[in-house]
Design a protein around this ligand. Structure first.
Ligand SMILES: Nc1nc2c(ncn2[C@@H]2O[C@H](COP(=O)(O)OP(=O)(O)OP(=O)(O)O)[C@@H](O)[C@H]2O)c(=O)[nH]1
Ligand SMILES: [Mg+2]
Length: 305
C-alpha cells in the first residue's frame, strides 16, 4: 500500500509539476530576490489557481520576510513559501469529526452535477466502515435511474447497505425512510446522496432545504454534517457555483475532487479564502481508496517537495 504522502504526491503530480517546475525556473535564473522575482512568483501562484487575492497576500508576506530576515538567497524561497502556504491554510483549523455525538450521524452530500458526489460517498463509506463504523447509504438522488444504480454499485463495492427508492420518489421521503432504517439497523453513519441537477436551480435548492427539514425533524441537529463536493478541474467557475450552494444550505465542509486531473490544485487556497469553509477531504482518483483527509502540512509538502 502507498503511504499518504506517496498518494498525495502522485495525485497532485500535475499541480506540483506546474508550481514547482515554474518555481525552480524562476529561482534558477535569480541571483537576488527583487521586485521582479516577486512579481514572477505572484504570477506563478495565480496560474496554479490560488486566486489573485491570495497570491497577493502570500507575496506581500514573502516580501516582509525577505526584509526582516534579510533572506535574499533564492534557494531559501521554497522553504519560506511552504511555511507561508501552510500558515495560510491552517488559519482555518479543522476539527476532526466526532461521529459518536449522534447516532445515526447523518452526512448530507451536495454539489453541482458531475462533481463526484456519488463517487465520494462510495469512498467515504469504504473509509468509515474500515474505521469500524456501521455505514448506510441513502439514494436521495431519485431523479435518474442510473444515479440509484451507480450508488448501489458503490454500496456493494464498499460492503454497506443502501436504501433503494423508486425512481422519481420524493427525495425527502427517501431520506425519512433511510433514517428510520438506520435507527432500526443500529447504523452509526448515514450518508445521503443528493441530485446535482433538477429542472431548475431553484427546484434543486428547495429540494435540498426540504430534505434537511425532514432530517432535522426526525433527528436532533440533522444533518450533522453537510459536505459540498467541488470539482477541482472547474477552477474559479466551480467556486462560483459552490457559493450558490453554500447560500442555500449550511455547508460544514468541502470535498475537493479530481485533484489528480488538474494542474490547478491551488484552488484549495481560493476555497479557504472565498468560502471560509474547511476542505475536509480531497479526491485523488476514481478508486475506492482515492480519498484522503485534508491536511494542510502534507498537502503543501506534497506540492513543493
Ligand atoms: N480522476 C478523478 N475522477 C473522479 C474523482 N471523483 C469523481 N470522479 C469521476 O467524476 C465523474 C462524476 O462522478 P459522480 O460521482 O458520478 O458525480 P456526481 O456528483 O454524483 O454526479 P451527478 O449524480 O450527475 O450529479 C465520474 O466519472 C467519476 O469517476 C476523483 O477524485 N478523481
Ligand atoms: Mg451522483
Amino acid at each position: 500500500m502507498l503511504s499518504i504522502t506517496a498518494k498525495l504526491k502522485n495525485g497532485l503530480a500535475k499541480t506540483k509539476a506546474g508550481l514547482l517546475g515554474n518555481l525552480n525556473q524562476i529561482i534558477s535564473k535569480t541571483r537576488r530576490i527583487d521586485e521582479n522575482t516577486l512579481a514572477e512568483l505572484e504570477e506563478m501562484l495565480i496560474l496554479s489557481d490560488l486566486g489573485a487575492d491570495t497570491a497577493e497576500q502570500i507575496i506581500a508576506q514573502l516580501r516582509e520576510k525577505c526584509k526582516l530576515e534579510a533572506m535574499l538567497e533564492p534557494d531559501e524561497i521554497i522553504r519560506v513559501l511552504k511555511e507561508l502556504l501552510i500558515k495560510f491554510l491552517s488559519s482555518s483549523p479543522q476539527a476532526r469529526t466526532d461521529f459518536s455525538q449522534y447516532k445515526p450521524f447523518v452526512i448530507s452530500i451536495v454539489g453541482v452535477n458531475g462533481t463526484g458526489k456519488t463517487t465520494t460517498i462510495g469512498k467515504l463509506a469504504h473509509k468509515f466502515s474500515g474505521q469500524g463504523h456501521k455505514v448506510m447509504l441513502a439514494a436521495a438522488d431519485t431523479f435518474r435511474a442510473a444515479a440509484i444504480d451507480q450508488l448501489g454499485e458503490w454500496a456493494a463495492r464498499s460492503g454497506v447497505d443502501m436504501i433503494k427508492p423508486q425512481i422519481g420518489a420524493d427525495p425527502a421521503s427517501v431520506a425519512f425512510d433511510a433514517v428510520n432504517a438506520a435507527i432500526a439497523r443500529n447504523v452509526d453513519i448515514l450518508l445521503v446522496d443528493t441530485a446535482g441537477r433538477l429542472h431548475t436551480k431553484v427546484n434543486l435548492m428547495a429540494e435540498l432545504e426540504k430534505i434537511n427539514r425532514v432530517l432535522g425533524r426526525q433527528l436532533t441537529n440533522a444533518p450533522h454534517e453537510t459536505l459540498l463536493v467541488m470539482d477541482a478541474t472547474t477552477g474559479q467557475n466551480g467556486l462560483t457555483q459552490a457559493k450558490q450552494f453554500a447560500r442555500a444550505v449550511k455547508v460544514s465542509g468541502i470535498v475537493l475532487t479530481k485533484l489528480d486531473g488538474t494542474a490547478k490544485g491551488g484552488i484549495v487556497f481560493s476555497i479557504f479564502r472565498e468560502l471560509g469553509i474547511p476542505v475536509k477531504y480531497i479526491g485523488l482518483g476514481e478508486k475506492l481508496d482515492d480519498l484522503e483527509e485534508f491536511d494542510a502540512g502534507l498537502f503543501v509538502e506534497a506540492l513543493l517537495q
